[in-house]
Design a protein around this ligand. Structure first.
Ligand code: CAA
Length: 285
């Protein structure tokens, strides 16, 4: 555990929120996880338990650590339940309106000294911080998916983020045994500024008929040694998230090279959002 942070609150119990809960609990933090419905929170707890159980069966985690880890994660059915946390991490949908609404509800319930972090993968930290009551104690802590497996976390200061906040966040992330890169507050930071245009380009390659889904993914897996092909990765991230990030890049950097591929837009409009929806570039049904 790191310094003054003992209890972590997570808002958003989806893929990212559950992964963050997983690594925090195994690192010894008490974790409270909140979402709009008790069902979503239960689903997240079951996911974490399933992932920890798999680690046990693969000999990467002791059964006693799984039990201890799971006992540290508690559901927070109301925002008020987060009043005692030292660090709150927002891990909701990549939608600025949704995030602002969460901060408006969350901030009055938080201890004034608590640090507020966002797991946004693209949106301006400075702009989000300005909507809260604590821009100096606000920071971007960007985890990668799947959180328990990926080694990197990006840290992003907003213009008002105080050094003491940055240092606490740095200690916290280091205590999770993750490697940190520091990024300036520019659209999509480092990882997604590079990764998402590559994925968008792969979708253009499909759209223009240069290659099939299988050809594109095989080409990048075997030709560039990527662990997943770009279309498989897009499905894994969620096509709605991919589109939101491309939109932030396109709006924020005003360059046509970031134009979201029309095929990506069409898939999102169809509700073909990738793995979580059962259908994207691949069929998971
Ligand atoms: N939680 C916990 N563990 C998981 C997991 C999860 N969600 N998913 C996979 N794992 C574990 C598996 O249990 C397995 O563990 P063992 O070594 O003990 O068997 C290990 O990871 C490897 O998994 P698999 O054998 O099932 O499959 P794989 O070898 O193909 O690896 C992968 C899966 C790790 C996801 C790999 O395909 C990969 O690295 N893909 C690329 C992921 C990537 O690029 N992520 C970044 C996305 S971008 C992002 O996150 C930024 C953003 O903001 C959008």
């Amino acid at each position: 555990m790191a310094g003054t942070i003992k209890t972590v609150g997570i808002v958003g119990a989806g893929q990212m929120g559950s992964g963050i809960a997983h690594v925090c609990a195994l690192a010894g933090y008490d974790v409270l996880i909140h979402d709009q419905s008790a069902e979503q929170i239960e689903k997240a707890l079951a996911t974490v338990n399933g992932n920890m159980a798999r680690s046990v069966s693969h000999g990467k985690l002791e059964e006693a650590e799984r039990v201890k880890g799971m006992s540290r994660i508690r559901p927070a059915l109301r925002m008020e339940d987060l009043s005692g946390v030292d660090l709150a991490i927002e891990a909701a949908t990549e939608d600025e309106t949704v995030k602002r609404k969460i901060f408006a509800q969350l901030c009055p319930n938080l201890n004034p000294e608590a640090i507020l972090a966002t797991n946004t993968s693209s949106i301006s930290i400075t702009r989000l911080a300005a909507t809260t009551d604590r821009p100096e104690r606000f920071i971007g802590i960007h985890f990668m998916n799947p959180v328990p497996v990926m080694h990197l976390v990006e840290l992003i200061r907003g213009i008002a983020t105080e050094n003491v906040t940055f240092e606490s966040a740095r200690e916290f992330v280091a205590s999770l045994d993750k490697t940190i890169t520091v990024s300036e507050d520019f659209p999509a930071f480092i990882v997604n500024r590079i990764l998402l245009p590559m994925i968008n380009e792969a979708i253009y390659v499909l759209y223009e008929g240069v290659g099939s889904v299988d050809a594109i993914d095989t080409a990048m897996k075997l030709g560039a040694n990527h662990p997943m092909g770009p279309l498989q990765l897009a499905d894994f991230i969620g096509l709605d998230t991919c589109l939101s990030i491309m939109q932030v890049l396109y709006d924020g950097l005003a360059d046509s090279k970031y134009r979201p591929c029309p095929l990506l837009v069409k898939y999102v409009e169809a509700g073909w959002l990738g793995r979580k929806a059962g259908r994207g570039f691949y069929d998971y049904r």
